[in-house]
Design a protein around this ligand. Structure first.
Ligand SMILES: [Fe+2]
Length: 380
């Protein structure tokens, strides 16, 4: 994207004869994905560090063993993007956050240095502006933002709802859907054509004072830089943000019930993200389309309900989150299995996050908990 020299690490000059500033934007030491960037301004011009604040989540329930239901849309909208982001569940591998930001980020830039961020857009349209280019977004988009990406969220309206996963581990598409080289295979529910990198590079050459909020080790460090953070004139490589729409996920269906891994969209060492999308139901004449009970002995299961009628659950609202903790079985609500027999298709739309380590409930999360969901399977 943009302009780059013919050879890496060679002379690349501006019109006035000065050199552009080269930066390797890489991961996992020099072993992971990287991009090679060319800046108008040095990316290192720190003027001062104003303050550092603790933004670590406050835990309400350390050892949760209850199936929980949270009213996600119960979260109050707030003006600022970062202020509006609330961690509702967490462990050492990830934060699960909700956000209802009303206004675009204009006063500062943001960078998460120890987590990849996956932002699922439930409501709202706008543009993700990054130092590697801009990505327009809309309802249903997953925005994949690699750690270290400097960004701002620009919204077209005030009514926005985001479901965000901050991952301490790099987020990839499942390995089993890729060939030895990394290309998506024919049986993958999506392919490269469904992935959208930045479509426009906005280069700023301004100098002055630019606030960059840098998140590291649950602290937010306020850096003032002397040059605009979006000063890249060009780059190439594999480390950049992209978007993938949940509406482009092609469901895998079968004659009898297919297990949750068919919905898998992203993977990390410590959790997976799955997309439940509108699809035809199982077509065996005696098939029960509702899921069977399952004991996910070693993974917590978080479902974020986006749209449609969720067939295995009663009383589900948009923006609702259920958590089924590891160690105890869960399954369809009373009546759901019977109700599903003979049904041809579903319009359900949901995002699932299955974590291999147990999740803690934060104070914000606990405030959104509704009712005694863990007793909702009782027949009488
Ligand atoms: Fe489940």
């Amino acid at each position: 994207m943009g302009r780059i020299p013919h050879k890496r690490h060679t002379v690349f000059r501006k019109e006035n004869g000065d050199l552009y500033y080269e930066e390797l934007f890489g991961t996992i030491g020099f072993d992971g994905m990287s991009s090679l960037l060319y800046h108008e301004q040095r990316p290192t011009q720190v003027k001062r560090i104003v303050k550092s604040e603790d933004v670590s989540p406050k835990i309400a329930e350390e050892f949760n063993m209850k199936a929980l239901s949270l009213n996600g849309f119960g979260l109050k909208p707030e003006s600022d993007f970062l202020e509006s982001r609330k961690i509702v569940m967490t462990n050492n591998d990830l934060h699960i956050c909700l956000a209802a930001p009303q206004h675009s980020t204009t006063e500062y830039f943001y960078k998460n240095t120890d987590s990849d961020e996956v932002i699922f857009v439930h409501k709202g349209t706008g543009t993700l502006k990054t130092h590697l280019g801009n990505i327009p977004f809309e309802y249903g988009d997953y925005l994949l933002i690699p750690r270290g990406t400097i960004y701002q969220m620009h919204f077209d309206q005030e009514d926005n709802r985001l479901f965000i996963v901050e991952s301490k581990h790099p987020v990839y598409t499942p390995k089993r859907y890729r060939n030895w080289f990394g290309q998506h295979l024919e049986h993958s529910p999506f392919c490269e054509r469904d992935m959208f990198p930045p479509s426009e590079l906005e280069t700023h050459n301004e100098v002055g004072e630019f606030l960059l909020k840098v998140k590291k080790q649950e602290q937010m460090h306020h850096y003032v830089y002397a040059a605009h953070p979006f000063s890249v004139v060009g780059y190439d490589g594999y480390n950049y943000p992209y978007k993938f729409s949940i509406h482009d996920f092609e469901p895998i269906t079968g004659r009898v019930h297919m297990p949750p891994p068919i919905h898998q969209t992203f993977e990390t060492k410590a959790f997976v993200i799955c997309s439940f999308v509108p699809r035809m139901y199982d077509y065996h004449p005696e098939a029960i389309p509702a899921p069977y009970h399952h004991s996910n002995i070693d993974s917590d299961e978080v479902l974020y309900y986006v749209d449609g009628d969720f067939m295995s659950r009663n009383h589900i609202e948009k923006g609702q989150i259920t958590l089924h903790p590891a160690g105890i079985p869960h399954g369809p609500h009373p009546g759901a299995a019977e109700r599903s027999i003979g049904k041809k298709s579903t319009e359900e739309l949901a995002v699932m996050v299955d974590t291999f380590a147990p999740l803690k409930i934060t104070e914000t999360g606990a405030k959104l908990v509704e009712g005694d969901y863990y007793t909702s399977w009782l027949e009488h």
